[in-house]
Write a new protein. Structure first.
Length: 94
């Protein structure tokens, strides 16, 4: 997923998942790696997680949601809020 804010500010990325231990991370480049990770969290037993970070207008941010290793099917709801955040979404399943 790519999110390009229209203004500087703080963006909030949230996920609700049917599985605990789902990873939500935000990256500055693709592929998403530890080296370009800007924020990361893991869902709790309730299946919810949220990260916030400062964003810059015109920059691209990659949002990654990863299932626990033992969960082949992942049903998630991703929310993004912030300073005029555009929600251009591309899904890729492997």
């Amino acid at each position: 997923m790519f999110s390009i804010p229209e203004a500087d500010g703080t963006a909030v990325f949230g996920v609700e998942s049917a599985a605990a231990d789902t990873v939500l991370s935000v990256h500055s480049a693709c592929p998403a790696t530890a080296a370009n990770e800007l924020a990361c969290t893991i869902t709790t037993v309730s299946g919810e997680a949220e990260v916030s970070l400062p964003v810059t207008a015109g920059e691209t941010y990659i949002v990654r949601v990863a299932a626990p290793k033992d969960d082949s099917d992942l049903d998630v709801e991703l929310t993004i809020s912030g300073p005029g955040v555009r929600k251009d979404v591309w899904y890729s399943y492997t």
